[in-house]
Structures are given as C-alpha cells and as structure tokens.
Design a protein around this ligand. Structure first.
Ligand SMILES: [Zn+2]
Length: 454
C-alpha cells in the first residue's frame, strides 16, 4: 500500500520515492503530479512518469503519495550572523543613523557584542538557524565572531553552512590580532567539520580592515582556493572612512588589495556608485542584497542594483535589523521593490527564486539549489492549502513568493534526511536549548540597557 506523505511518520530510509507531487526544479520547467526518487542522499531520478516496474507489489523501495505537497529545492541564505538572534526586538525600534559618519552598527551593535562568548554564540545560533529551517532554508553563509560556536550548532542541527570568522584589525567588536589570524589559518588548513560545513574568508568591511591585512587575506584565499564574503559599502559612513583612510571607495580599496574577483561575495553595496558597480560587474564578483535589513539601515541605490546585471544572491543579515531568518520575506521584498523599476532583472519570479537557489549554489560551489539528477536531496515540502491560490504552470513560482509561502513549509530534508518533519525540528529537542537561550538572552539585554538588572 502506498502511504500518504501527510499521514505517515517521518521517513527514515536512505531510498524512497514520492509520487503525485508538484515539482518546482528551478533549473527547468515545473512538473505537475510528478515523482522524485531519492537514493543515498541524492536525487536519483525525477520527472512526470515513474517506471511502472516500481509500482508492482511488493514494493522494492518505499513509495509515498505526495499529492498534498509541492516540492522545491531548499534555500541558501547567503548572509547571516546567526548568533545575533539575541538582537530580535532590541534593535528594531532604534532610529536609523542620523549622521553620515556613524550608524546603528557602530552605536548599538558593536558595544552590545563585546560581552559575547563562544558559548553564547553556540546557544544563540539555535534560535536563528531553527527559524531558517522552519522557513525552508538548508544552507546558511554565516559571518561572525567565535564562528566555531556557530559551526557546532550547525552540526547538531544537521544544516549546511559556509562559515567564516569575522576578520577586522582596525575596528569592530573584537580585533583580529596576527596571532588570531595564524590560528584561523591553521583551523582552515586542519578543517575539523563534516562535509556539510565549508570555510570562507570573512573580512568585516573596508573601514575595519587595513590594506596590509586585506592583502594577507586575499593571498591566503588564493593559496587555499577559498572565497571571500565581505560587507562592502554597507553604509555612507564606511564609504567616508575608506575615502579618508585610503583615498579610495570601498570597491576600489578591495580591488587595489587584489580581492575583487569571481570568488568574492559583496554584501549590501548601499553606498556604491555607478563606477563601483561597473567595476564589480567586470570582475564577475557576486552581490548579496538583504532588502529588509537595508531598508532599516540606509537607503540603497535600488534602481542601480536591481538593473546592474551583476550576479545577485539574497541574505537575511542579522536579527538586529531584520528580526527573522525567513528568506521568503526577502524574496517578496525583492519582488515588490522590482515592481517600481521596469528594467529590473527581478520582475520575473523565476529570476527572484534563483537568488536563493541556483545562483548561490554556483557561487559557493555547492551540489544543491535545484532539482536535478545527481544533486543533493536538499528539499522543502510545501503543503497545499485551500487558503492559497491554485497553482498552474504560469503562476506556480510567483505563488510560492506571494501566496503559498513559509507558512506551508512542512518537511525539509538535507541529503535526503529529514531535519524538519511536520514543522518540528527532528535533530534536537527545541525545549532542551530554550532555558539556556533565555538566560543568556537576559544577560545581553541587561548589558544593552534594555532590561532592568534585578
Ligand atoms: Zn551583515
């Protein structure tokens, strides 16, 4: 008997077939009432019609009826600071920066972060990563201090990660000394994490990293064939300080240090001008936009960015600016922003979805982000529901962004293994980390002056 996917216990097999499921592969046209065959963590086959030999009883492979679901590749969130989940609700009511030379980053985030420990980072990361999983994300590109803590939490939850210790020798919450840098290089050369977690180099920004240190980072990225994940032009303040320090715009500064190339991910670009964007395009670097967060910080040159033709991915940034790890919010915001600009590259739902699937998968060189034979079975199962519009070929992708969205994420697999089932995390007990999360949260909130010390 074929069991219904919405009525069965969590699938715990290395090989299984789902029938009658609507599939949005991203890299090819949607398939209605198709099948997918998962084997040893990979997509073994998928399509419209399953070979009838699989359907003769007794079944050699467990088969499930997925007619209540649509299936998408799970998302890649290209810019997070997971441990900053403790900022939820603390920063959202602060006024954006009122001066060209200072901002919420310098006035609020840096002072609050100074009291963090590795153990805090590990516990705080649960909150943000779980939020991301429950809203359809399986891979997070995280940039933070004490990144070992984030990696430990990623391993426990079973998600994928591309992680980098924040590197800054001129400013920021924790200064990277040359001793620290030696240890970071050693930890990358002797990588101790599973194949789901990969390293990337994460200089903080152009005003917090000196040219000599950035050149060392660029040299190491070349010798180890690593990417660079860097905030750039994230505020007008950063631009002014870089002009004062190096007589160059942030993009020119990075280029002069040898770091502007196809393996570089540039986050924000809010204070970039036309010349900067032309340089980025020529270099084949990728831009990461975090639309909700950027609306809170400063106004972005939206039309220039959306019409730049530069490879673009999306991130949710930190919870201080955008209180959620829900990348569906960013998909919708990017789509809405694009409506104002008739020449935007992102008027089409398919292009918008690629910013969290195929484009970041290519940038980070990950075998996921689309439903294709041989790709990792990193998949999100979206429940069909009467409260959303009926899908058909022309609207199934835009429905995903505007209607049938994160509320309906029910199961999520990574390498075929379900880490979310019926909206519940399967790899840990959420209750087991909640008490510690709350007590550490209270300590930081008191430190920031948001809670009275009793
Ligand atoms: Zn950031």
């Amino acid at each position: 008997m074929i069991q219904r996917l919405d009525q069965t216990n969590k699938i715990d097999k290395s090989e299984y077939i789902i029938l009658n499921i609507d599939i949005i592969p991203i890299s090819s046209d949607p398939i209605f009432s198709g099948f997918i065959h998962i084997k040893d963590g990979l997509i073994y086959d998928f399509g419209k019609n399953l070979d009838q030999s699989f359907l003769s009883e007794p079944y050699k492979i467990p088969i499930y009826d997925g007619s209540s679901y649509k299936l998408i590749p799970s998302f890649i969130n290209s810019h997070t600071h997971s441990a900053m989940s403790f900022f939820r609700g603390l920063g959202c009511f602060l006024t954006p920066n009122t001066s060209k030379n200072s901002s919420m980053i310098e006035n609020f985030l840096f002072p609050a972060e100074k009291s963090l420990t590795k153990e805090d980072v590990e516990i705080f990361s649960y909150s943000y990563l779980i939020d991301g999983i429950k809203t359809g994300t399986s891979c997070f590109c995280d940039h933070y201090y004490f990144i070992e803590g984030v990696a430990n939490t990623m391993e426990t939850l079973g998600v994928k990660g591309v992680i980098g210790e924040t590197l800054c020798d001129l400013g920021g919450s924790f200064i990277t000394t040359q001793d620290d840098w030696t240890k970071i290089k050693d930890s990358i050369r002797n990588w101790k994490y599973s194949s789901r977690i990969e390293p990337i180099l994460s200089p903080h920004a152009s005003d917090t990293v000196s040219s000599s240190f950035l050149k060392q980072i660029v040299d190491f990225s070349r010798s180890e064939n690593l990417g660079i994940h860097m905030h750039l032009s994230q505020t007008q303040g950063e631009r002014q300080r870089t002009l004062k320090k190096d007589s160059l715009s942030p993009v020119e500064f990075l280029a002069k240090c040898g770091g502007l190339n196809s393996k570089t991910l540039l986050v924000h670009m809010l204070s970039a001008d036309k010349n900067d964007l032309a340089m980025v395009k020529d270099s084949e670097a990728t831009i990461c936009l975090c639309p909700s967060s950027e609306m809170i910080y400063e106004s972005a040159p939206t039309e220039l960015l959306l019409d730049s033709g530069i490879n673009t991915v999306l991130g949710t940034d930190c919870a201080a600016s955008q209180d959620s790890a829900n990348i569906f919010n960013e998909l919708k915001t990017l789509s809405l922003l694009s409506k104002r600009y008739p020449s935007s590259d992102y008027l089409d739902a398919s292009c918008v979805l690629k910013t969290v699937t195929t484009v970041p998968a290519n940038f980070f060189n990950l075998n996921c982000g689309s439903i294709e034979v041989g790709k990792s079975a990193d998949l999100t199962y979206i429940k069909k529901d009467i409260s959303t519009t009926l899908d058909f070929e022309k609207n199934i992708e835009s429905n995903l962004i505007f209607s049938s969205n994160d509320r309906f994420v029910e199961h999520l697999s990574i390498e075929g293994r379900f880490i979310l089932w019926n909206k519940q995390i399967t790899t840990i007990s959420e209750k087991s980390v909640m008490d510690e999360y709350q007590s550490r949260f209270k300590r930081i909130a008191k430190h920031c002056g948001f809670m009275e010390i009793k």
